[in-house]
Design a protein around this ligand. Sequence first.
Ligand SMILES: Nc1nc2c(ncn2[C@@H]2O[C@H](COP(=O)(O)OP(=O)(O)O)[C@@H](O)[C@H]2O)c(=O)[nH]1
Ligand SMILES: [Mg+2]
Length: 281
Amino acid sequence: MNHSRWPPNVSVGDSSTPPVLFVVGTAGAGKSTLVTAFQRWTRFLEVECLTINLDPGAERVHYDPEFDVRDLISLHEVMDEYDLGPNGAQILAADLVAAQSYDIQEELAGLSGDLLVIDTPGQVELFAFREASTHMVEVLGQGQAALIFLFDPMLSQSPSGFVSQMLLSNIVHFRLGLPTANFLSKADLLTPEDLDRVLGWGEDLDQLESALFEEAGGQRTEFAIGQLRMMKNSQIQPGLIPLSSEQEEGLADILSFAQSIFGGMADTRDGFAGDIEGERN
Ligand SMILES: Nc1nc2c(ncn2[C@@H]2O[C@H](COP(=O)(O)OP(=O)(O)O)[C@@H](O)[C@H]2O)c(=O)[nH]1
Ligand SMILES: [Mg+2]
């Protein structure tokens, strides 16, 4: 977990809306499934978890969102109206939604809950690199936001794939400047041995470096080793936590992460700004 860039440039604690967790990761990493599983799981706790869908391209949404971007914009309509393919339409849709971010924020202003979990579009680069999305993060996050970054389990199985996930997570963290926790998504799909190995890399980058040497991928491996050393020098540690929405594993760790950033969920409404101060010290 990396709390170093907290807080972003927005003032803290001046809104009535709950703190926000943005769920990010590559397409198919398991973001929407996690939002569904997390909301279902928190229903059995004394935690009120609200959700938002920001993916205009989502086919189905199985959670119960307070706000669904598809009510504002349909990807198919944008494609038809502007004669665009799906990728172009995603970019334009993100900009169109961002242009309405203050209206969305106003709509959410009356909400009370402990935590707001936001599902993001499949294209992580769209979320992290478009100015429009950065703006959305500021407006919706209100200075009380953090990121859950999902490592894709299949990519993470090879050492160079693992490094590429680390780089992506760091770029998103760097771009958005929010505290970030890394989770290994769909951990149930890996054998216990593979899971141990991958989690070991997250704990100990020397192990990852040795594995990279053994991977023998030529130039690509050399590049990965270079990148890994750069991250080591910057004291970047992924600290990967296993997650399975299917088996409700790791959901408590997501809640703990939120609590460590925003303060105890029971007292979030009476001034977690103080708790965040405590977190920073
Ligand atoms: N086995 C397993 N499959 C999962 C898990 N989470 C998601 N999936 C599957 O992965 C696919 C992509 O998930 P989705 O949530 O739509 O990914 P998104 O594009 O990041 O929102 C779906 O077929 C899910 O059923 C999990 O924890 N375990
Ligand atoms: Mg999704």
